[in-house]
Design a protein around this ligand. Structure first.
Ligand SMILES: *[C@@H]1O[C@H](CO)[C@@H](O)[C@H](O)[C@H]1NC(C)=O
Ligand SMILES: *[C@@H]1O[C@H](CO)[C@@H](O)[C@H](O)[C@H]1NC(C)=O
Ligand SMILES: *[C@@H]1O[C@H](CO)[C@@H](O)[C@H](O)[C@H]1NC(C)=O
Ligand SMILES: *[C@@H]1O[C@H](CO)[C@@H](O)[C@H](O)[C@H]1NC(C)=O
Ligand SMILES: *[C@@H]1O[C@H](CO)[C@@H](O)[C@H](O)[C@H]1NC(C)=O
Ligand SMILES: *[C@@H]1O[C@H](CO)[C@@H](O)[C@H](O)[C@H]1NC(C)=O
Ligand SMILES: *[C@@H]1O[C@H](CO)[C@@H](O)[C@H](O)[C@H]1NC(C)=O
Ligand SMILES: *[C@@H]1O[C@H](CO)[C@@H](O)[C@H](O)[C@H]1NC(C)=O
Length: 417
């Protein structure tokens, strides 16, 4: 009897534990090449991509790599076709799509692959593997305008195209709304948590949207170097009001750096730039300032004196302590090597403070082939045929294997084989 009761309680606890960890709606996490479903240490539920009928799977070998989602890859022939993952989305919703690539010498060939990745007809990036043991990760933010999206690999220049993971995360409200969102995707270059206590990123469950906020403690070439003397990390256990704009996680906002000598400076390389992009900083005053103290500072970007005019006064702008203030630029032109500085104003008694920042590059959306409606009408009659499953745009970045397209920027289908 007692044993039964105990089992009952244990089972109830299990149940509560499992439901507490239930997956966020709008999360899709594909373990490409993986053999089965599992839940990782963060509580993210991974599913195998074994419904995909093309490509081959292989195991990798990387010393010390224990994360199951990276242990296998799916890879594709280095031919002139494209290989696509198609997923359902909710139209008029914004999403983060994240893909990752850990080569790990899966082909026992030690040839570092180079290939292209596209979202629909739009070229997203060129994947260039330069280290067998390092995870390459890409993130893109987009507004869904149709009920499915296709992410495609193509154009192998060296080695064989492959993929380790494919994730979709859904945003809500107007998070990452921009006035350009029907013409441009946002390709994420930097999302940095300043004042981080460890090298670990902050992500789900601290961030309900599972964005990855990189630590400023990471040591990497051309990542947050040229740091001003007097830069100190600060943190608070107090809760932060983050309920506006991009809703950065509280944990990210609870830490910051302060330029105790009046300046904060950093240099970092911005993948994808030069170009025009979306750049925002996240501030919250997390230090008790005495009534006589002020913290006022200005952003200084080399060659852009016009940006320096506006002074930041976090408490005044956020209307209080421990509250988010998120100033930024919805369209700013940035170089690849980005130097930025915050200087306190002459009437400020305290140095500048920075909790987090995020920079994304605008990627112009390619509308793709002109005859999509007609061809999809045809395909709907053959939905189960292999040749009807190629996915993505009929013509871009390369045509389906049984089609010929012309070379217009919005191509037309000219013939079928
Ligand atoms: C894995 O998860 C997917 C999606 O939840 C489900 O459709 C599939 O049946 C699961 N597979 C196994 C072997 O449990
Ligand atoms: C990869 O490793 C798993 C587990 O060790 C094994 O079951 C599977 O057969 C391997 N797959 C390949 C393609 O070698
Ligand atoms: C693997 O882990 C060991 C022990 O923790 C460490 O000494 C070694 O440098 C690690 N190797 C790699 C490639 O990270
Ligand atoms: C394929 O990649 C090469 C080298 O990266 C590039 O020059 C070429 O334009 C690409 N081809 C297509 C069709 O995108
Ligand atoms: C958006 O999601 C956040 C985090 O899950 C939640 O706190 C918030 O209430 C949601 N907002 C809307 C408008 O649904
Ligand atoms: C604020 O400044 C006034 C005048 O300079 C001074 O008398 C007072 O002690 C200061 N208060 C604090 C809390 O520093
Ligand atoms: C941003 O500004 C540049 C230069 O003024 C312009 O060419 C571009 O179309 C604007 N919009 C986006 C989304 O890049
Ligand atoms: C910013 O502050 C530093 C150090 O105090 C100073 O050397 C530099 O000239 C200042 N820059 C500007 C543009 O005011």
């Amino acid at each position: 009897m007692e044993v039964k009761l105990m089992l009952f309680w244990i089972c109830l606890l299990c149940f509560i534990f499992i439901t507490a960890k239930a997956q966020m709606p709008g999360f899709v996490s594909l373990d490409c090449g993986g053999m089965g479903n599992f839940t990782d240490d963060l509580g993210i539920e991974w599913t195998s991509d074994n419904k995909i009928t093309f490509g081959e799977i292989a195991n990798i070998s990387v010393a010390n790599e224990t994360r199951k989602q990276y242990m296998a890859v799916r890879y594709f022939p280095p031919d002139n076709r494209k290989y696509c993952y198609t997923l359902d989305v909710k139209t008029r919703s914004r999403y983060l799509v994240r893909t990752s690539f850990l080569y790990g010498n899966f082909d026992n060939n030690n040839v570092y692959p180079k290939f292209d990745i596209s979202l629909g007809a739009t070229h997203w990036s060129t994947i260039v593997i330069s280290d067998a043991n390092t995870v390459e990760e890409l993130e893109l933010i987009f507004l869904a305008t149709s009920p499915t999206i296709a992410v495609c690999l193509s154009n192998a220049t060296t080695g064989q195209p492959f993929i380790s993971t494919f994730e979709l995360r859904q945003f809500n409200g107007s998070v990452y709304h921009t006035e350009f969102e029907t013409q441009f995707f946002l390709s994420v270059s930097a999302r940095i948590n300043f004042g981080a206590e460890t090298e670990d990123p902050v992500r789900y469950p601290d961030d309900p949207f599972d964005r990855i906020w990189k630590s400023d403690s990471l040591k990497k070439a051309n990542y947050l170097v040229d740091v001003a003397p007097g830069t100190e990390k600060v943190s608070t256990p107090m809760s932060i009001d983050i309920n506006r704009d991009e809703r950065p996680p509280e944990k990210v906002m609870q830490t910051a750096v302060i330029g105790t000598k009046g300046s904060l400076t950093y240099r970092l390389n911005l993948d994808g730039f030069p170009g025009s992009g979306w750049a925002f900083s996240y501030f919250a005053e997390i230090i008790d300032l005495s009534p006589n103290d002020t913290r006022k500072f200005r952003l200084i970007l080399p060659g852009m004196p016009e940006l320096t005019k506006a002074a930041v006064n976090i408490q005044e702008n956020a209307q209080g302590k421990n509250r988010l203030y998120e100033p930024g630029y919805t369209n700013i032109s940035l170089p690849f090597v980005c130097n930025f500085r915050f200087n306190s104003t002459s009437d400020s008694s305290k140095g500048p403070l920075l909790n987090a920042m995020e920079i994304s590059k605008y990627v112009a959306i390619n509308d793709g082939a002109l005859d999509v409606m007609a061809i999809n009408g045809l395909l709907s009659h053959y939905a189960l045929a292999d040749w009807a499953q190629e996915g993505g745009d009929p013509c871009l970045p390369v045509p389906w294997s049984w089609l010929k397209c012309n070379s217009d920027s919005q191509p037309r289908i000219v013939s079928m084989y």
